[in-house]
Design a protein around this ligand. Structure first.
Ligand SMILES: NC(=O)c1ccc[n+]([C@@H]2O[C@H](COP(=O)([O-])OP(=O)(O)OC[C@H]3O[C@@H](n4cnc5c(N)ncnc54)[C@H](O)[C@@H]3O)[C@@H](O)[C@H]2O)c1
Length: 404
């Protein structure tokens, strides 16, 4: 699709890991997708840490900087906003962005609870603004290939799905107590942080989840404190002042898929850990059907293991390299085997967002997907507390849906 050439004014709220990555992604869009005619202009960035505001202006190329995010939302040249703040600010900023009439690309988890996420959805719907969510793993060309094989029925009837997100970012007992471990600042722990990615990917490639039965555990109950706006959640602090871990390190769930989509009637498991030793960003999805299966692991992001047809089963899996035939791969590399990286997924995400706000097709994930993910996280929390199966359509209105 080609659109009329235009400049889109960008505001950024929070200049941490994701804020920096969003900024680079915007800058890449006109280079990777020149035919769209969309030129993002980095107008103003906000962070409460002055050193990060300076970084945004001096290194990332924002024309202006501020320590007050409201100046970003009030800026007349800002058309779209990236909300990359810690989770506790998502509802406040997301709702304010919608009221200011700004389209926004917001990081997951969108809100600390189902009700916060639903409130952002209501505000965005009322204001008629476009939303986009940081579900970057959707854009991996190998994942897109898996999704196409499944949608085309190449795996037969989908029987079961196995997803796990095993990151070792907090596997050191002295790993920093960043905002992610504080219930007030983050909401739930690994459920919101990593499990929500895995459940989104299951829904993206297979279809909606209808029911869940979960358990959670916390492996390290205290950690050394980390000042907001310094370091990252990968930091290790020796002899620090300790504080309590208030949310879960590990979560596992049995899931049943609903009647819509290719996964109709399928069952599966989703697991996530932030304290695992061994996998570093081991993020896997395996989908099994009556005629075949596919396996993907983010640590080998550009490969898809494929077995199609029972007759081929004795030969095992074929490894398909991501190639120009899959997703947006060809925009980055002309031939197969030239690996794409994590940052490229963010560039694809930025393109989908900017295309949608420019009147193009809405290929981006949106706040409705975020509400669905929040329902799954909340249902997992309810189920882990009760030991019972939890239906997702019963989540709205539960006590847990309202707590942060
Ligand atoms: N999509 C993904 O794969 C992915 C990966 C990492 C993080 N995330 C999400 O991105 C969000 C940010 O995570 P991060 O790792 O970039 O965090 P980070 O800790 O690296 O950065 C957060 C930044 O927010 C700033 N901040 C705090 N209070 C603020 C305020 N009132 N106004 C403006 N800025 C403020 C901090 O100073 C810091 O610079 C989280 O919601 C997280 O879950 C998504």
């Amino acid at each position: 699709m080609s659109t009329t050439a235009r400049t889109v004014g960008v505001g950024l709220i929070s200049v941490g890991w994701m804020g920096q990555l969003h900024s680079r992604a915007y800058r890449d869009v006109p280079i990777v997708y020149p035919e769209l005619g969309i030129t993002p202009k980095l107008v103003i960035a906000a962070d409460t840490a002055p050193s990060r505001v300076e970084f945004a202006q001096n290194v990332l190329g924002f024309a202006e900087g501020t320590t007050d995010y409201r100046e970003v939302l009030a800026h007349p040249d800002v058309e779209v906003v990236s909300i990359c703040a810690p989770n506790f600010l998502h509802a406040e900023i997301g709702i304010a962005a919608a009221k200011a009439g700004k389209h926004f690309w917001i990081e997951k988890p969108v809100g600390r609870s189902y009700s916060e996420t639903a409130a952002i959805e209501d505000a965005a719907t009322e204001a008629g603004v476009i939303t986009s969510i940081g579900y970057n793993y959707r854009h991996a060309p190998a994942v897109e290939h898996a999704r196409t094989l499944i949608a085309d029925g190449r795996l037969g009837r989908i029987t079961n799905v196995r997803a796990s997100f095993f990151s070792g970012y907090a596997n050191e007992p002295n790993g920093a107590l960043s905002w992610r471990f504080d219930r007030e600042l983050a909401g739930s722990g690994v459920l919101a942080d990593l499990f929500s990615h895995a459940s989104d990917l299951c829904q993206y490639v297979v279809g909606p989840i209808a029911e869940i039965n979960a358990l959670t555990s916390t492996v390290y109950t205290e950690r050394p404190k980390l000042e907001m706006g310094s370091g990252t959640h990968f930091a290790v602090i020796e002899n620090g002042d300790m504080g309590p871990v208030e949310n879960e390190d590990y979560a596992a769930a049995l899931v049943r898929f609903g009647s819509e989509g290719p996964g109709s009637g399928a069952v599966g498991t989703i697991e996530a850990s932030r304290v695992i030793v061994g996998p570093e960003c081991g993020y896997q999805i395996e989908v099994y059907g009556t005629e075949g299966s596919v396996k993907w692991d983010f640590e080998r992001m550009n490969e898809l293991k494929v077995c199609l047809g029972r007759a081929n089963a004795e030969q095992g899996y074929t490894t398909v390299n991501a190639s120009p035939k899959h997703g947006d791969y060809s925009r980055f590399q002309p031939g197969p085997g030239n690996a794409l990286g994590f940052d490229d997924l963010k560039t694809i995400e930025a393109k989908k967002f900017l295309l949608a706000v420019s009147g193009g097709p809405q290929e981006n994930s949106n706040v409705h997907d975020a509400v669905s993910a929040a329902a799954i996280v909340t249902a997992a929390e309810v189920s882990a507390a009760s030991g019972q199966w939890q239906k997702l359509d019963e989540i709205a209105g539960t006590t847990a849906s309202r707590t942060a």
